[in-house]
Design a protein around this ligand. Structure first.
Ligand code: PLP
Length: 427
């Protein structure tokens, strides 16, 4: 656990007075739950039967041969229920909230992946669920909005500021401050005021614990672990068991976007653009404008464009325990195509950043050591982004024909005539 909520000079608990109580209450409940055998047993069962753990550690034999150098292994988090690692945290925190007697969960979401995982966990655990999402993101991410509503969640459009993730976080904090008696705020990455970075790491560290066993079972000598870094939850979970094993390199891939110019990427650790700041209740490295506002960022992957980074990763980066590197959109797309072609595995665009750096490192590493990628998610969710890149004409014809089909009204049932319909229709 972190000392006082700080990791070196990063972290802390920078919240308004009104949030002191829920934050302290949460800290106490979390510390108790992690010592409680009944809680841990229930969590294990959900991990196994609902999430589908353990996820395999898989030898990418063809990709390794084509790439040359060290063998590449993939930790297949994308096989977890709802398609990514986010469900590990969502299920864990939802269970914790339930133990605390909360009946309502709120969460922020950007691209919708965390909202989706939270909505699924709440459906499973019978909790009321409301998701704050920027109006701009709602428009861009309809497939995930649809899934959240199917899982019974209410999606609340955030119309303030840039109408994206950072505004959704602010709105969720505001809601929590007035409703904490019955509501838990389920943060989606290893960031925010203490104790959230510890809580999220705890629930994501199942990835690293499984990996440590799998490395022993398969008798592997590891050169490097590669993870992509948005807020940092998949990375810290994946790295968690290995931080003291200094012979293993820990590599974090950030969104290099279109390149190094300002606002063209989300490079917080490997470049020179980020500054120390206090945003969303914690101190870390942030991309800020001249006057201290959150800067515009860019990445082809919706999950890697957050302008900050979890405090523990910022600390481990500043101590050079984690090596950060920027991977451009183009490099990520190339890695995506490479693993799809040679392994039959479609990475999430985020995870493709980890794939790209792993390919580079494996090339420079002798064959007796291995490089392991955390495939944080699978790529089905990205079809609206990646398909227009690889097959623009076919995709446009497809979208047009779908529109025509809607207009003709063929095969379309009226949801009101169904015995069970999504939350939106009920409200
Ligand atoms: C959200 C997301 C990420 C980035 O979030 P972290 O907190 O940095 O893990 C990475 N990969 C996938 C598939 C995601 O959905």
């Amino acid at each position: 656990m972190s000392d006082d909520g700080f990791f070196g000079r990063f972290g802390g608990k920078y919240v308004a007075e009104i949030l002191r109580r829920p934050v302290d209450e949460l800290e106490k409940a979390f510390n108790e739950a992690t010592q409680n055998t009944k809680f841990l047993t229930e969590l294990k069962l959900l991990q196994k039967n609902f999430i589908g753990r353990p996820t395999p550690l898989y030898f990418a034999e063809n990709a390794s041969r084509e790439n040359g150098g060290a063998p590449i292994y993939i930790k297949m988090e994308g096989l977890a229920h709802t398609g990514a690692h986010k469900i590990n945290n969502a299920v864990g925190q939802a269970l914790l909230a339930k133990k605390m007697g909360k009946t309502r969960i709120i969460a922020e979401t950007g691209a919708g992946q965390h909202g989706l995982a939270t909505a699924a966990a709440c459906a499973k655990l019978n909790l009321k669920c409301e998701i704050y999402m920027g109006e701009v993101d709602i428009r861009r991410q309809q497939p995930n909005v649809f899934a959240m509503e199917m899982y019974g969640a209410k999606v609340i459009a955030v119309k303030s500021g840039s109408k994206t993730l950072k505004d959704a976080i602010n709105e969720a904090m505001r809601d929590w401050a007035s409703n904490f008696a019955d509501t838990h705020y389920l943060i989606g990455s290893a960031l925010g005021p203490a104790p959230f970075p510890d809580i999220v790491r705890f629930f994501q560290s199942v990835i690293g614990q499984e990996l440590e066993e799998q490395i022993q079972e398969q008798n592997l000598k590891v050169e490097a672990l590669c993870a992509c870094v948005g807020g940092g939850s998949n990375a810290i979970g994946f790295f968690s068991s290995f931080i003291e094993q200094k012979e293993i390199r820990l590599i974090g891939a950030e969104a290099g976007g279109l390149g190094p110019e300002p606002n063209h990427n989300a490079v917080r650790m490997s470049g020179t653009a980020a500054k120390d700041g206090i945003v969303h209740g914690y101190k870390s490295r942030f991309l800020l404008t001249e006057d201290g506002q959150i800067a515009q960022t860019r990445s082809i992957s919706a999950g890697l464009d957050y302008p900050g980074i979890g405090p523990q990763l910022a600390a481990l980066g500043s101590e050079a325990r984690i090596e950060f590197t920027a991977i451009t959109d183009k490099e990520a797309l190339e890695a995506l195509a490479f693993f799809a072609k040679y392994e039959g595995i479609l990475f999430a665009l985020e995870s493709a950043h980890a794939g790209a750096i792993a390919l580079k490192i494996a090339k420079e590493t002798p064959k007796d050591k291995v490089v392991i990628i955390n495939m944080s998610g699978r790529g089905d969710k990205d079809i609206f982004i990646s398909s227009p890149v690889f097959r623009p004409n076919e995709w446009s014809v497809f979208l047009q024909s779908e529109l025509d089909r809607l207009k003709e009204g063929l095969d379309i049932h009226d949801a009101k005539s169904l015995s069970s319909s999504p939350s939106k229709m009920e409200s």
